[in-house]
Design a protein around this ligand. Structure first.
Ligand code: FAD
Length: 405
């Protein structure tokens, strides 16, 4: 027997969206807006917290800066979508059910999987036990407590930021700016900003130097232990707090459910963002391995939000008896904050390689802040005008072969 909605109409199609990050929120709002008035379709969004996590600002949380309270249930009001707060513990892809931590079982006809990814704390010994992360608000707050205590201490503390990717750079700059009395050392295999053009990279390096961040590129962290980080070759770097930002790890739920995943555990999708093994499952954001003409997309908000919108558009088309269209996306920028008063924005080709143009200084700060603040108003706009969410760069010739797949 079919479930019924509040007015007693039979619900014939249940769409369950897992994860209310940048990608899952985009899918939920877009689909709820598109299926508004359809009594037979029920959209349910499941997330661990009611408050929306602005992942792109977690380095601000870690340095004691207050963020806006963004309520997911409030945003969904008036869309007809339901919100379920809970931690997903298992997916039964055969029975098409999802179990959450209070033992509730949720049924679906279509699943959207958007559980995101976190820094890989399992790859190096001691990281799980002795390092902080920016994996969620609570993790960032734990680091925040530690930094505040270190800052008030009698001796000058040292913070080692491991991983010289964008998260590591932004975190190191933020900590150095907010806590000028702490020593900050940034450790990583690559020089910071290796993917930027020469001018942007030089600007970034000078900004880190001005903030007092000691950069150690070309090093490999092999162990974290209390009070120190060990490097390949035997050198030990003393650290009162260690922040781990390196690598990406996704939830093991998709693999455990028997979905086809890549070597990193991300769901492998077809051109329309459906799982190649389970076409009733769409994968979006950092948890998905989405191939474009230039390769498999890497996790970003700029690419994650379009994947969510596209999954919603595809589901809407299928519900109307049409075929979903292939997803195409091209990168266009790499904005990097360097504390609150400086930034660098590298404009890119669709395959994420750097163009000649970049912004620096105040212009870049304004640009970066506009980008970081934009998702929440975008969701609000999409609620009223669904088509407003469907604009993103398709990548031109870099992704055109997607049409044929
Ligand atoms: C400090 C920092 C700065 C960044 N800056 C940028 C930037 O400038 N530009 C950019 O494009 N990208 C940036 N990123 C990357 C960007 O934040 C991610 O690519 C983006 O968050 C991915 O979106 P998502 O929706 O796939 O996953 P997420 O945003 O991680 O959302 C996943 C959601 O699923 C929930 N969840 C996970 N597991 C479960 C479970 N088992 N049960 C229930 N809920 C669960 C989580 O709580 C979360 O709400 C940054 C990341 C960090 C950490």
């Amino acid at each position: 027997m079919n479930a019924q909605n509040e007015v007693g109409t039979a619900i014939t199609h249940r769409v369950l969206i897992l994860g209310a990050g940048y990608a899952g929120m985009s899918a939920a709002i877009q689909l709820a807006a598109r299926s508004k008035g359809r009594e037979d379709v029920q959209v349910t969004l499941v997330n661990a917290q009611e408050r929306f996590t602005e992942r792109m600002r977690l380095h601000m949380t870690a340095t004691g800066q207050q963020l806006a309270e963004l309520s997911i249930p409030e945003l969904l009001e008036g869309t007809g979508a339901r919100f379920v707060r809970g931690w997903v513990t298992a997916i039964d892809a055969g029975a098409r059910t999802v179990r959450i931590d209070d033992d509730r079982v949720l049924h679906y006809d279509t699943l959207v999987y958007g559980l995101g990814g976190v820094a890989d704390t399992a790859a190096v010994a001691g990281v799980e036990d002795h390092a902080y992360t920016l994996n969620g608000v609570q993790d960032a707050e734990l680091l925040g407590d530690r930094l505040a205590r270190l800052d008030g201490g009698a001796d000058t503390g040292t913070v080692a930021v491991c991983g010289s990717g964008l998260t590591g750079i932004e975190a190191a700059a933020e900590i150095a700016e907010q806590y000028p009395d702490l020593n900050v050392v940034l450790l990583g295999r690559q020089e910071p900003g290796a993917a930027l053009n020469r001018k942007a990279r030089a600007y970034l390096g000078a900004a880190l130097e001005r903030l007092g961040v000691r950069v150690r590129g070309g090093v490999e962290v092999v162990k974290v232990r209390p009070g120190a980080v060990e490097l390949a070759g035997g050198e030990s770097v003393a650290a009162d707090a260690v922040l781990w930002t390196s690598g990406t790890r996704v939830s093991p739920l998709a693999a455990a459910a028997g979905l086809t995943v890549d070597e990193r555990g991300r769901i492998v999708t077809d051109a329309a963002l459906r799982s190649v093994s389970h076409p009733e499952v769409y994968a979006v954001g950092d948890a998905a391995a989405i191939r474009q003409g230039y390769g498999v997309m890497h996790g970003t908000c700029q690419g994650g939000m379009p994947t969510g919108v596209h999954a919603a558009l595809s589901i809407d088309r299928v519900l109307k008896g049409k075929q979903p269209k292939p997803f195409r996306f091209g990168y266009y920028h790499t904005p990097v904050s360097l504390g609150r008063n400086d930034a660098v924005v590298q404009f890119t080709r669709p395959d994420d390689s750097p163009r000649r143009i970049c912004l620096t200084g105040r212009m870049a700060v304004r640009y970066k802040e506009t980008v970081t603040a934009s998702p929440w108003p975008t969701y609000g706009r999409m609620k009223k005008i669904p088509a407003s969410g469907a604009f993103w760069p398709r990548g031109g010739r870099f992704t055109r072969n997607q049409e044929a797949r």
